[in-house]
Design a binder for this molecule. Structure first.
Ligand code: SF4
Length: 386
């Protein structure tokens, strides 16, 4: 009999922020100490319930605290959550344990407690090096706060740090974006995520910059956005970062293992308000209703709603369109091993068409987007839906 456990990723949602940013549509908001304590109790109950039901055959190789701003919680509470995870699941000795943190919420003491609790990777939400852009975004911090947090994190021993950036802000020029990139890269964080702003419905930004608004024209156009994207790859490439996913860059060996779980089809379990999972052939989401979550977190059947039963067809589609986000692209041999069907039989036509158009290229076993294909990635990926 073998004891081999299946690797999974674990996501923990911490829905608290000091203040809501103007562009944010994440499930997050300000909360008092009592709400935070109640939430922690519910979260620990959910983790324990899942451990009793699902813990046995799995090994967590990554844990990711996202939000919200997990760093509003003190080290002691993060420690409690990790302790409960270790009781419920086998958490690998060398698991990557990431915590999102915002400048303006960190102190030396907090950071050393996070480390002592087992957090070994920090993801800092900087977004821009320009104070006027940070104000526009409604961020709680300045560039100076970011520098302070970054150095404090290094002093606390964090040797794996991601910095999140956002481009294509209203009124932003390519020159201003390049300065943000250069200053960030000069600090040599191990990882940089650089996404373009999406103006989401329901946010204050949507009223100010959404379709038909007076500010709409301030948003960089598609061509300017593409130019910023190309400069990102170029500048960060020169600074030693490899683009390993459409919007993610890492120093060698410092790719985010948790995100790679999502992109390579490794199952993951999400805990907390509104958290999503893809596990044992299903996608499901936790309730986003605060009262319902606090009341029912121990009863997984009441907290979770199945959103999709994964079929072979949806798994094949996902294998392709998530795999194509990666710079290495998809491994056609692995497709055949996983689905017991030749890749060409399912996707031969699409592959030939896009290779001819110069949007996809074949590299040995792998099929990947070309530079031109990255510009049109959404259209290409859509064609992989069966
Ligand atoms: S800190 Fe992040 S999660 Fe919180 S409001 Fe701002 S963008 Fe949203």
């Amino acid at each position: 009999m073998t004891n081999k456990k299946t690797d999974i990723g674990i996501y923990i949602h911490i829905p608290f922020c000091i203040r809501k940013c103007a562009y944010c549509d994440f499930l997050s908001g300000p909360a008092g100490e009592q709400e935070r304590t109640e939430y922690l109790t519910a979260l620990l109950q959910e983790i324990a319930a899942s451990g009793r039901k699902e813990g046995g055959p799995y090994r967590a190789k990554t844990v990711f605290f996202g939000g919200g701003t997990p760093s509003v919680l003190p080290g002691e509470q993060i420690g409690k959550i990790l302790e409960s995870l270790r009781q419920a699941f086998h958490v690998a000795e060398d698991a990557e344990i990431t915590m999102e943190a915002n400048p303006g919420t960190l102190t030396a003491e907090k950071l050393s407690r996070y480390r002592a609790a087992g957090v070994n990777r920090l993801s800092l939400g900087l977004q821009s090096m320009k104070n006027d852009e940070l104000r526009l975004l409604g961020r709680i911090h300045t560039r100076e706060d970011f520098f302070e947090s970054f150095y404090l994190a290094r002093e606390a021993g964090f040797d794996n740090i991601n910095v999140d950036l956002i481009s294509a802000l209203p009124g932003q020029t390519c020159g201003s974006w390049e300065e943000t990139l250069e200053e960030t890269a000069a600090l040599k964080p191990e990882h940089i995520s650089a996404y373009s702003l999406i103006v989401e419905e329901g946010t204050p930004f949507y009223k100010m910059y959404g379709p038909g608004s007076s500010g709409e024209l301030l948003l960089p156009g598609e061509e300017e956005d593409r130019k910023m994207y190309r400069r990102t790859a170029q500048l960060l490439g020169e600074a030693g970062y490899r683009r390993y996913e459409i919007s993610n860059y890492a120093l060698p060996g410092k790719e985010c293992l948790h995100n790679l779980c999502y992109w390579t089809g490794i199952p993951y379990l999400g805990f907390g308000l509104g958290a999503s999972s893809c596990f044992e052939g299903r996608r499901f989401s936790n309730t986003a209703d605060w009262e319902a979550y606090l009341k029912n977190s121990e009863n997984l059947a009441l907290v979770r709603t199945v959103t999709e039963e994964l079929t072979e067809k949806s798994l094949m589609e996902e294998f392709c369109f998530l795999g194509l986000r990666l710079s290495e692209g998809i491994d056609r041999k692995e497709f055949e091993e996983r689905f017991k069907r030749p890749f060409g039989e399912v996707y031969g036509g699409v592959e030939r068409r896009f290779v001819q158009m110069g949007l996809l290229e074949v590299r040995g076993r792998r099929l990947r987007l070309t530079e031109q294909g990255i510009d049109l990635s959404n259209q290409v990926m859509c064609e992989f839906l069966l």
